[in-house]
Ligand binder design. Structure first.
Ligand code: NAI
Length: 212
């Protein structure tokens, strides 16, 4: 597999391929042509062939792709076949919503929730009790934590991000508006839902223009 050469844009598309292939498996579809997959996903078939070519040979010409195998291989590239252990830091509106979602289905297990608000101490979300921040360091030492989901106010983001880095956590899924990836030396993925919403506004404007 030519993994070193996989372009970043292709990596960004892999989760979407993974999701579609999962749906196909649920429909008991065993093989799919690039043409059919492209129709479903709104990509061109040559784009799909090119993407899959960049990380290996997955299809036989004229025979289509083996859906299960392809999904497994994409899962391996994304490291989804190894369950990763997550904690949520900041059990407010967003933290609770994320903690309530079962990311287990795609390989991420929630094992702890932390906050500084004593009123949340012991409050359970999906049977996981919120713990106070002073318990975090020993929790990380005793449990193998892969990812911290950061859902705290902007003002606290950098300090807490640096603290998490110090505890040995090596990946942060950062929902705060602070772009921590430029400040920390661990893996940080910033999520800005509002940026996505702004691009929707742009597309909506164009649709309205076309209809006028
Ligand atoms: P919230 O105020 O409901 O919750 C924040 C929680 O963090 C509270 O429970 C608070 O006690 C806790 N907290 C404060 N300081 C802390 C610290 N030092 N250590 C641990 N916990 C601490 O806020 P909400 O609405 O849940 O938003 C959380 C963050 O997510 C904010 O930074 C907000 O801007 C961001 N956000 C990001 C979105 C995105 O698309 N990326 C969408 C919505 C919110």
């Amino acid at each position: 597999m030519k993994l070193d050469k996989v372009p970043e844009v292709v990596i960004q598309r892999l989760p979407r391929y993974y999701r579609y292939l999962g749906e196909l498996l649920e429909e008991k579809t065993n093989r799919i042509s690039s043409m059919e997959l492209s129709r479903r996903m709104g990509l061109t078939s040559s784009q799909i062939r090119q993407d899959f070519c960049s990380f290996g040979e997955f299809g036989l010409q004229g025979y289509g792709y083996n859906v299960k195998y392809l999904r497994e291989e994409i899962g391996k590239i994304l490291d989804l076949d190894r369950m990763k252990r997550m904690i949520v830091v900041g059990a407010g509106n967003l933290g609770q919503a994320l903690a309530n979602y079962q990311f287990d289905k795609v390989g991420f297990e929630l094992i702890g929730i932390f906050d500084i608000n004593p009123r949340l101490n012991g409050f359970a979300i999906r049977n996981i009790k919120v713990m106070m921040m002073d318990a975090l360091e020993s929790f990380v030492q005793e449990n193998q934590v892969d990812i911290a989901v950061l859902t705290i106010p902007e003002e606290a983001a950098l300090d807490v991000g640096m603290y998490l880095e110090k505890t040995g956590i090596q990946a942060i899924w950062n929902f705060t508006p602070v772009d921590l990836n430029t400040m920390l030396h661990i893996c940080v993925k910033n999520v800005h839902l509002d940026e996505n919403l702004m691009t929707l506004a742009y597309e909506y404007k164009n649709l309205l223009k076309k209809q006028a």
